[in-house]
Design a binder for this molecule. Structure first.
Ligand SMILES: Cc1ncc(COP(=O)(O)O)c(C=O)c1O
Length: 424
């Protein structure tokens, strides 16, 4: 006998259901989810970072492990910056605080320094049930967002940062996708155009494809150390206006994979361009600590925007991204980061807060790690000396620390790129 169905859909007659069962047994029944029926935008996504070249590299590694003879003995993966996978050791203090938060029984261990314990206690005190296993607020733990705001203020020479405008994330990738989701709309010629640099980091083209937005390429100037030229932005914008509505300008500074660091003047020009053309600026600044060529300096978009005065600083809509994956820490597996929004329409910001709440919260170990990066040991604290020493060991020999925290980047720079990625 057929049992009554609980769903609102009318039940299939028993004979039809028996027919479907027979087709399934014979392997004839169509999948509900097939290549034809699936989301077509997902099919268009390409992500070279994890694509067929990487799959082949993994195969080659396996063959080498099995003793297959090749004209090489090692595979060096250059698909993504993954410092620990390339042999960088984790920074002790970051891991001490993380370990204490994950396993608070260690708080009674004399092995751990007092400043690591004090930080772990402070973070645990604001976790539900004093456990990093509890959900947190959706934009992230409040005191960590405050620490991020203070970090940004130190970095930007005192320009205020509001913790309410800071959203912690599962790495920068998650935050970039969240913002793109808010920005993409329209159909046909009114579809959102998103301007991205070429060469780019493929998160952008993949996100644009997934959301069925229009990718608008602007080309970096290879002859000029991959500099960004505003004339090229104008060209790309003019051309794109014929078939979509460009509303977003993505900047990667310092650049990946090109390694260029934008001058302050260039950033000003880009901000003026965004202001004139009414574009929303997305500044991917995940390599902000990895700047070490003579004469090169990182300027955040937020700082330059505010230094340009109220005509711009009250108007230009900006989001900037940072991450624990890069910098001197390279903790990409722990998945932490943040974005700061500036001049977002308050009604849209409510929508953003709603959107991030659907994911409940970013991983708490990533939030903890981010907090220690934003708030490293200070002079006079027990771990300060060793933290600075370990961070300096990550520098190419002879380079002084250059980051705002007095901490140094870890990746050797090959000329002429001033940031970690050499020119191809
Ligand atoms: C420019 C750029 N943005 C974002 C990301 C992703 O960073 P996360 O690991 O924080 O998601 C990367 C990773 O390599 C990157 O190079």
């Amino acid at each position: 006998r057929c049992r009554p169905q609980l769903s609102a859909a009318p039940p299939l007659p028993c004979r039809a259901r028996a027919g479907l069962a027979r087709m399934a047994e014979n392997g004839l029944r169509d999948k509900v989810l097939s290549l034809d029926s699936m989301n077509p935008w997902v099919k268009r996504v390409e992500y070279a970072v994890r694509g067929p070249v990487l799959a082949r590299a993994v195969e080659l590694e396996e063959e080498l492990r099995q003793g297959v003879k090749k004209p090489f003995t090692e595979v060096i993966k250059a698909n993504i910056g993954d410092a620990h996978a390339m042999g960088q050791r984790p920074i002790t203090f970051l891991r001490q605080v993380s370990a204490l938060c994950l396993y608070p029984e260690l708080l009674s261990e004399p092995l751990f320094p007092d400043d690591a314990k004090q930080r772990a206690r402070r973070l645990l005190a604001v976790c539900g049930g004093q456990s990093v296993g509890a959900y947190t607020a959706s934009p992230g733990i409040e005191i960590i967002r405050q620490d991020v705001a203070r970090y940004i203020e130190r970095r930007d020479g005192g320009i205020p940062a509001n913790p309410d405008n800071i959203y912690l994330s599962t790495g920068a990738s998650d935050a970039v996708m969240t913002m793109l989701k808010l920005l993409v709309s329209g159909e046909g010629r009114s579809r959102t155009g998103v301007m991205i640099p070429i060469p780019q980091y493929p998160l952008y083209s993949a996100g644009i494809a997934e959301l069925n937005a229009v990718q608008v390429n602007y080309y970096l100037d290879e002859e000029n150390c991959w500099a960004l030229d505003v004339r090229e932005l104008r060209r790309a914008l003019r051309q794109a206006r014929g078939h979509c509505q460009p509303r977003v300008l993505c900047i990667i500074n310092p650049g990946n994979p090109t390694g260029q660091v934008q001058s302050r003047k260039c950033i000003e020009d880009v901000i003026k361009f965004a202001w004139e053309e009414q574009l929303f600026l997305m500044a991917d600044e995940v390599y902000q600590d990895n700047v070490y060529a003579e004469g090169s300096e990182f300027h955040s978009f937020k700082k330059v925007l505010f230094e340009m005065g109220p005509t711009f600083s009250r108007v230009v809509e900006l989001v900037s991204f940072h991450s624990i994956s890069k910098g001197f820490m390279g903790e990409c597996g722990l998945r932490g980061g943040y974005m700061e929004v500036v001049n977002l329409d308050p009604a849209v910001q409510q929508q953003l807060s709603k959107l991030v709440s659907v994911r409940l919260c970013p991983p708490v170990p990533g939030q903890v790690l981010l907090d220690v990066v934003m708030n490293p040991p200070k002079p006079g604290e027990p771990s300060y000396q060793s933290f600075i020493r370990v961070s300096r060991q990550l520098l190419p020999e002879g380079h002084p620390p250059t980051s705002p925290m007095g901490i140094s980047p870890q990746i050797h720079q090959l000329p002429p790129a001033p940031a970690p990625f050499p020119s191809p």
